[in-house]
Write a protein that binds this ligand. Structure first.
Ligand code: SF4
Ligand code: SF4
Length: 209
């Protein structure tokens, strides 16, 4: 496997403005309304006066053992050897929806054409999947790699993307340890000011939405 790419997210820096989600929709020209490759959820914990809310910006996690890939009957979903990004080949998708059921984060979503689509870590622009795109490292070497739109437009500097090894260098030790225990490729880094921790908070946000 080539170098795994992923996202980094710092809940303490996120202000819940949704600029990331809107930037993603604009870049990929996704269908208005119901298709959100990235979305911002709020996790609430405790009771007044010890009550806290944390914003979590969510997209596909490009999981290590991607359950969506396992259930896809046509082989449309692939965890790429070259960069670990999980893509949907819309030429092969038959719209059965199994991946949507298998994904714990609600990432694959139906477009108006009845086929599934989701985050491709900006392998390319538009509603296509990027399945045939060169690896992110090759794109970078050619000066053609797109900075993911969500990272580009993040107002709070809460999001980053890149080879996971590089992202871990900037993560706290606690976040790095949590990351090692997860089977997804998003590093959630919190200083503890906001209490959302790793995948637990992400799953809660998904369940609450
Ligand atoms: S987050 Fe969902 S769609 Fe993305 S790789 Fe994991 S199971 Fe598949
Ligand atoms: S753009 Fe950045 S600050 Fe705004 S909601 Fe998205 S992650 Fe949070």
């Amino acid at each position: 496997m080539g170098e795994q790419w992923g996202f980094y997210f710092d809940p303490d820096s996120c202000m819940g403005c949704n600029a990331c989600a809107i930037a993603c929709k604009n870049r990929h020209d996704t269908d208005a309304g119901h298709v959100d490759w990235r979305r911002v959820e709020t996790v609430s914990e405790g009771e007044f006066p010890d009550y806290e809310e944390t914003n979590v910006s969510l997209s596909c996690m490009h999981c290590e053992d991607a359950p969506c890939e396992e259930v896809c009957p046509t082989g449309a979903i692939e965890k790429r050897e070259s960069d670990g990004i999980v893509t949907i080949d819309r030429e092969k998708c038959i719209g059965c929806g199994y991946c949507g059921w298998a994904c714990p984060y609600g990432a694959p979503q139906y477009g108006d054409d009845g086929l599934m689509q989701k985050c491709n870590l900006c392998l390319d622009k538009g509603p296509g999947s990027g399945a045939d795109a060169p690896s992110k490292n090759e794109q970078q070497a050619d000066g053609e790699a797109l900075e993911p739109a969500c990272v580009d437009e993040c107002v709070g500097d809460a999001l980053d993307a890149g080879p996971v090894g590089e992202l871990l260098d900037k993560a706290s030790q606690e976040a790095a340890e949590r990351f090692e225990q997860n089977r997804t490729n998003v590093i959630i880094d919190s200083t503890g000011e906001n209490s959302v921790t790793g995948m637990q908070g992400v799953r809660q946000a998904t369940e609450d939405s």
